[in-house]
Design a protein around this ligand. Sequence first.
Ligand SMILES: *Cc1c(COP(=O)(O)O)cnc(C)c1O
Length: 384
Amino acid sequence: MGNDIIYLDNNATTQIDPTVVEEMLPFLTENYGNPSSGYRFGQRVNDALEIARARVAGLLGCEPGEILFTSCGTESSNTAIHSALQMDRDRQHIVTTRVEHSATLKTCEGLAKRGYAVTWLGVNSEGQIDLGELERAVTDETALVSIMWANNETGVTFPIEKISEIVRAKGAVFHTDAVQTIGKLPVKLDAMKVNFLSLSGHKLHAPKGVGVLYVNRRTKFFPFVTGGGQENGKRAGTQNVASIVALGKACEIAAQNIAHEATEVRAMRDEFENAILAKVPGAQVNGDRINRLPNTTSLAFSGTESEAMLMLLDQQGLCCSAGSACTTGQHEPSHVLRAMGFDDTRARGSLRFSFGRFNTHAEVARALELVPQVVEKVRRVTAA
Ligand SMILES: *Cc1c(COP(=O)(O)O)cnc(C)c1O
């Protein structure tokens, strides 16, 4: 496995950087002390946690004390939502969007069933929300506004700086799911009005099962996972040390590579996208092409079925996706593309390709041979 694969699904997960693996290995072997133990064998491990915390803070442009390690992006978002709802009993209203990842979407649906008021902001055909509508939606009763920074399916980015200012002016708490943004776009949290931000290790070349919640130092916080006093009393449970060390290293590398993402990775995405648009009649890009991650393209192929295309591409070793990985297999059209006003046919005939720094131009060239062939084949079968 691995060698003959063309992996164009970097928004689902990423390859762990070999340097990151090297950094974490000693914490799976000789450095097995508990970071909460008082002796030096434990404290040495605790020192490694603090180095990782500082590296994450460096990438985010915030203080190390604002970094809370969790088990994944999903836990980070659940924690932020849970905390915001404890802050003020008079505020029990949530504002979010119809295009969030299921980590936010399902959590808010569950809260709505339990009696919380939830306002779901729609998006236009470009995948953008209306800032006037957002401003009107936030009231004295709004506890939390949770809006993702970049969409995992289309790569469309929301103007988070402006959004955070609108929410702050209304006195509500603001959380952003930045799982797809961190490592791809530069972020400077100290200059922003964000209360909570979620990120996930496995989306930026660190292992699965580790995440971060940024908690602004002036924001009141209520723990989600309770028990021991780890993470300054904010998240109980012995830390996943090796993965946290890995995430720290991945953030350090990401900080050095951010310009590369914006140029080399973007160049591969653009080369692929432009060639597909030129080669495949009727192919269209889903969503805003300007305000977008540098690595993602969501493409609609009229007269096709994504399930059939994915199967044929898989046979050739090409990995990409229809909708998000979490909804694949359910044969439901993407909730993101539906929210953008596209009908079921367009939503079902779309594929997402997401690039990363381990991809090569040779892989892009191979994908450019395979994808048009597969689209044509599925079109012939569908038409027959
Ligand atoms: C992958 C992803 C998540 C979930 O992160 P996990 O670490 O897998 O729980 C949340 N939001 C977005 C936008 C994602 O792409």
